[in-house]
Ligand binder design. Structure first.
Ligand SMILES: [Zn+2]
Length: 77
């Protein structure tokens, strides 16, 4: 078990592709996030960043891993 980088819950993380790990999180759901997207999250600006991203992942769940890119981050914040 690993820890979800969005919400800190227990998650399964497949990081065979280190630039775009796949996360199956017990709270967020299934998603992939690019390393660039991870770096542009305004963590120091928005104290609710974890909740906002988690809400977006939940709303966009499909049977596949939803992909979070920098443009998604810009949409959320
Ligand atoms: Zn999570």
């Amino acid at each position: 078990m690993a820890i979800c980088m969005i919400c800190n819950s227990k998650a399964d993380i497949d990081d065979n592709n280190t630039h775009e790990p796949k996360i199956a999180c017990s709270s967020c759901g299934k998603f992939r996030i690019t390393d660039v997207a991870l770096n542009v999250i305004p963590k120091n600006v928005d104290p609710n960043w974890r909740i906002k991203i988690q809400d977006w992942i939940r709303m966009n769940q499909t049977d596949r891993y939803v992909l979070i890119t920098t443009s998604v981050i810009k949409t959320i914040f």
